[in-house]
Design a protein around this ligand. Sequence first.
Ligand code: GLC
Length: 635
Amino acid sequence: MHEEVARGRARLASLIAGDADGHDLLMRYDRWAPDLWAGLAEVYAAADVLPAVVDVIAAVHQQRPSPLRERDRERLLRPDWFQDEHAVGYVAYTDLFAGDLAGVAQHIDYLTDLGVTYLHLMPLLTPRPGANDGGYAVMDYRSVRSDLGTMADLAALARSLHSAGISLTLDLVLNHVAREHVWAQKAQGGDPKYRDYFRIFDDRTVPDEYEATLPEVFPAFAPGNFTWDEDLSGWVWTTFNEWQWDLNWANPDVLVEFVDIIGFLANQGADCIRLDAIAFIWKRMGTNCQNQPEVHALTQALRAATRIMSPAVVFKAEAIVGPQDVIAYLGQGSHAGRVSDLAYHNSLMVQIWSALAARDGRLLVAALSRFDAIPATTSWATYLRCHDDIGWAIDDADAGAVGWDGFSHRSFLAEFYSGEFEGSFAAGAHFQSNPLTGDRRTSGTAASLAGVETALHSGDAATLSTAIERLICAYAMVFGFGGLPLIYMGDEWGLLNDEGYLADPAKAGDNRWMHRPAMDWDTVSHPVIGSMSARINAAVRDLIRARHHLPALHANVSTECRVTDDPAVLVFRRRHPAGTLIEVYNLSESTRVVWPGDLAPLASGSLHEHISDTTMVIDGPTQLPPYAAWWLTSA
Ligand code: GLC
């Protein structure tokens, strides 16, 4: 053991002397402190930082309620709880789902009935007043937005969720705080300790040098990456909105603060911490200031500290970055398995929408085949829609590999999903059009983007059926990819775009609110048999039921993707020791053909199709209906 790590152990042992679970804590320290040390040493003078981290670990451990210590022991015995075929995620805003935290507690039955095992409640810590980026401008990490309840309500909800078999995910914004956060206010007051929590520059010289290589995240409503602040008499780094101040992670005090915050949230009962905008936390001149190696070293240090103080807790990386960069968030090289446990599969999401617009799976196959395997202890979080817009992250090289032009295809997708493209089935809207780069992103709910809204307006029953099948085909890919599928609240009933946000001045400027509708409890309690919503809900439930019988969907093997001789017929193959699963998808509204050879290594003949729970015989060319999704194993 490194001398400093040993000294840290002695410090920890004396701090927790007499604690009933002290021996377990020290065993975990022995197991994970080398990771903590290595992460710290990549970025800081580790010997100076470790004692402060050890002090936080001891305090968090001592405050950890005994039911959560019990949960730590359970989770250490079942570390793959978020990877297996039973894992189903649900993502909701507390207020839009159920009014407040007490309301969520009253709807736990709804979630368990649906099969949900993981609930991500969107940002609920106290944000700045007024516009706050959907809660991602946090003013206080230790209190709950007052209209939603209190921290005690949150802890009580976590306990109820745990009893119902549901794990709770909370957002943690690491890259920035609200201008109104106490750290920012002290910096504005001239306190040098807190000025050093931010990146502040006297004049434009250094910001301009950075700007030369920095992209803009919100070009339309927050151009530029720096904001002049009178009280600071300086330019402060603001990647997102001008009231979201980027933190200075080169200052180890910031890391220690966040270890403490993670411990605090863990002790309220959080099971998963979603690391918001994690890609941005380290800045390097001459780069786009995303995905820098230090990001992973810092995550490793946070992860190791968390494993020691609250081992039930996992991390989910929100890194919406290119295919070549995202894998590092699950750990590559010396960081493999030592950083986040979950990461959003943004490329899969983009490629599903792209394949549906093009009725062609070749680009999806080219893009996903380039992904390296992920550490066996980690998982993708797969999703079709979330609270954010869709950025058309199509890689030029991937597009080139199938003979397409990346820029043209991105433009096509933006136009297609806004509904502008001739013949498009989609009803979405442009988000953050950037005249400089030609980049346009897209807002809209899953059902509206998949054609359900347009079909309802057309009044044509056949068009509506096709749109529902398209939506379900897309969700089947999300559920069948392996890993943790996330249902975005309301998608299980096909909720459509909602323009209601336009009436709220704090939301009106941000059309991402169009795809954040309130839950439609009338439909939930009185579903009309045969209606659009009821059909979608039944189909989503079929996917969840089918998943439960398929250990091959465990995240620890990867999905091989290919198209058959017909580019509209996509095949996912999951070769798992529990048995091979072959998934076939028709990406088009016309009938296609599948051959026994397309299903290798399954032998031709009698097969079990799990979504419809039927037996099929495929021993020759077989018709694949429009938007069919088949999950096949040998019968
Ligand atoms: C993440 C959130 C997004 C937010 C941004 C800045 O990307 O998902 O909604 O705007 O971080 O916090």
